[in-house]
Design a protein around this ligand. Structure first.
Ligand SMILES: [Zn+2]
Length: 269
């Protein structure tokens, strides 16, 4: 699992829900979400800065991004050389800069071995599947069609602009896949009853499963199975295993998004 070879640092402050820096075999990913309290009108742009000394000079590595993640290629990726990152949200009203996030604190080899062993044991006897993770937007541009600035919520759960989230676009597809582990393949792959189509068997459309992988998986996020592109809402998610305060596994409940659900409008990249 690629994430376990990663550095994973979570920051949280008043301007951002989170900023995560993750080093992988293929590059360094930075991803973030602005705080839900920010409801400035669109457009939103993001600048990313990197430094080898947070008290020294900062270098812009990307500016005026619309996406909320960035694949960086730092000059040297080594345990010995930490990089520091910060993200600035720019709106027409104000600029909001995140706390400084460092990618030091790479899990030790012992951590990585222990985590791999746990995952290997889990994966051998039971079925599993890969899924795209769609992170529900908590912050970001308020939906111009249905966001209520007083209540700070979407007023139309079937809005095609925000998919009922209140934030334009609704979800962000993460570049990494996560893994689902179930006791039986039926729970994940099998025919399920789709109320809107009156098709399938009478299996319940809610499943318990284990989710493995980065980034942080939260209720109200969604997943799309790679095998058949079925879409599910994550209705519950509790960290069930962590090593060194890094979550590696979640006990989750997922609910099928029916064929007429607004989640089907999300376009996979
Ligand atoms: Zn909307």
């Amino acid at each position: 699992m690629r994430g376990l070879a990663s550095q994973f640092v979570l920051g949280r402050d008043s301007n951002f829900e989170y900023v995560v820096v993750e080093n992988t075999a293929t590059g360094t990913y930075v991803y973030w979400q602005p705080a839900g309290r920010i409801v400035d009108p669109a457009p939103y742009f993001y600048d990313i800065e990197r430094s080898i000394d947070p008290n020294g000079d900062w270098e812009y590595i990307a500016q005026d991004l619309v996406d909320t993640y960035y694949a960086d290629s730092p000059p040297i990726v080594s345990d010995a050389i930490p990089y520091y990152y910060r993200v600035t949200l720019k709106t027409t009203v104000n600029n909001y800069t995140s706390a400084v996030i460092s990618n030091i604190g790479r899990p030790s080899p012992r951590f990585r071995n222990a985590a791999r062993q746990i995952l290997r044991r889990l994966q051998l006897p039971i079925s599993d599947a890969e899924a795209y993770l769609l992170i529900r937007k908590i912050g970001g541009e308020p939906c111009p069609d249905c966001f209520d600035t007083d209540l700070r919520v979407a007023t139309n759960s079937d809005c095609t602009t925000c998919l009922g989230t209140g934030r334009t676009g609704g979800y962000i597809q993460m570049p990494n896949c996560i893994r689902l582990i179930g006791r039986s393949p039926v729970g994940i792959y099998g025919p399920v009853f789709d109320v809107s189509q009156k098709l399938g068997t009478l299996n319940p459309s809610t499943f318990k499963t284990k989710l493995l992988g980065f980034p942080i998986v939260k209720p109200y996020d969604a997943i799309v199975l790679k095998s058949d592109l079925r879409r599910y809402y994550i209705t519950q998610s509790v960290v069930s295993a962590e090593i060194g305060s890094i979550p590696i596994m979640y006990d989750a409940e997922i609910r099928l998004a029916e064929s007429n659900d607004i989640l089907q409008s999300f376009t996979l990249s």
